[in-house]
Design a protein around this ligand. Structure first.
Ligand code: NI
Length: 206
């Protein structure tokens, strides 16, 4: 399988709403998913959506690595995540569960070398089809829920910089954190998880 070229912010494919996949079991869908997984691994990303490889279909591949899941479990607060093996989502739909949100830094393979803080729902329900055509529904929270919201945004033509509330904290990864204004890691004992922003070192690109 070839490694696919990743579209960067500014390319019109990233601003389009992707189309539903009519037959998740079609061989060309499996071939595209395999190439997307290889491309995601090569780029060291946590997720990749089909429009990022110039394909206007509602397809996402992603994974949550064990180190990441463990980091969340050890963190203060009630945000939890879990390891998720590499998974392909066909026609995924996200529904928020509750009003709770949290803010953390995100990065994107289509916006290289940059990062910014984005508010996401803390708990969601994900419904999607597998490559076998089965419909699966599951809940996700914490970092897992964040990755899913970032990737599914790509299917609607939305890039994370459009959701950054404080543009002063959006910038190049190697410049962020130099001098003032860099968010500290979550305050110990803080009751207000709304205000906490994870440290930039944890950022993962999708
Ligand atoms: Ni992205």
């Amino acid at each position: 399988m070839p490694i696919l070229k990743i579209a960067r912010m500014g390319h019109p494919i990233l601003n389009q709403r992707a189309e539903a996949v009519p037959d998740p079991t079609a061989p060309e869908v499996a071939r595209l998913v395999a190439a997307m997984i290889e491309t995601m691994e090569d780029a060291d990303g946590t997720g990749l959506a089909a429009p990022q490889v110039h394909m206007p279909w509602r397809i996402v591949v992603y994974k949550v690595m064990a180190e990441r899941a463990e980091a969340e479990e050890g963190a203060e607060g009630d945000s939890e995540s879990e390891e998720v093996p590499t998974t392909a989502l066909i026609n995924p739909v996200i529904e928020p569960l509750g009003e709770e949100t949290n803010v953390a830094f995100e990065a994107c393979l289509s916006v290289p070398d940059m990062a910014g803080p984005v508010r996401r729902f803390s708990h969601i329900r994900l419904t999607y089809q597998t490559l076998a055509g089965e419909t699966v529904s599951r809940e996700a929270e914490g970092f897992h829920a964040r990755v899913l919201q970032h990737e599914c945004d790509h299917l609607d033509g939305v890039l994370y910089p459009m959701r950054v509330e404080d543009m002063r904290q959006f910038g190049f990864v190697d410049a962020l954190g130099k001098g003032q204004g860099m968010p500290e890691s979550a305050d110990e004992g803080s009751e207000d998880s709304e205000g906490d922003v994870e440290e930039l070192g944890d950022v993962a690109a999708g």
